[in-house]
Design a protein around this ligand. Structure first.
Ligand SMILES: [Zn+2]
Length: 101
């Protein structure tokens, strides 16, 4: 998977198109991510103890990674990720500025 937890991304489709956020969870098997503050869904939370009230919280729902572009921390542009093999290590690089990210 080309993105990982902690990456800043730009949403390129859907209702949150144009917004940016930070990945709080990556799910490589499903090719999905959770992004802080993006694609929020309301969820009812049941009271855990007697006397507590249930409440409605907004939590991020998973986004498909094809709906996002990574924002390069080096040049600040939304970009695609490339790979570079150097000394048998694999690095991600920004396709715009060619820096390791
Ligand atoms: Zn860059």
């Amino acid at each position: 998977m080309k993105v990982k937890k902690g990456d800043n991304i730009l949403i390129i489709s859907g209702k949150d198109k144009g917004r940016t956020g930070k990945i709080i969870k990556a799910m490589p098997k499903e090719l999905k991510i959770l992004v802080e503050g993006i694609n929020l869904k309301k969820k009812h939370v049941r009271p855990k103890r007697d006397g507590e009230k249930g409440q409605i919280v907004e939590i991020p729902a998973a986004l498909d990674i094809s709906n996002v572009k990574i924002i390069c921390p080096k040049c600040g542009k939304a970009t695609r990720v490339g790979y570079l093999i150097e000394n048998k290590e694999k690095y991600r690089i920004c396709k715009k500025c060619k820096q390791k990210i």
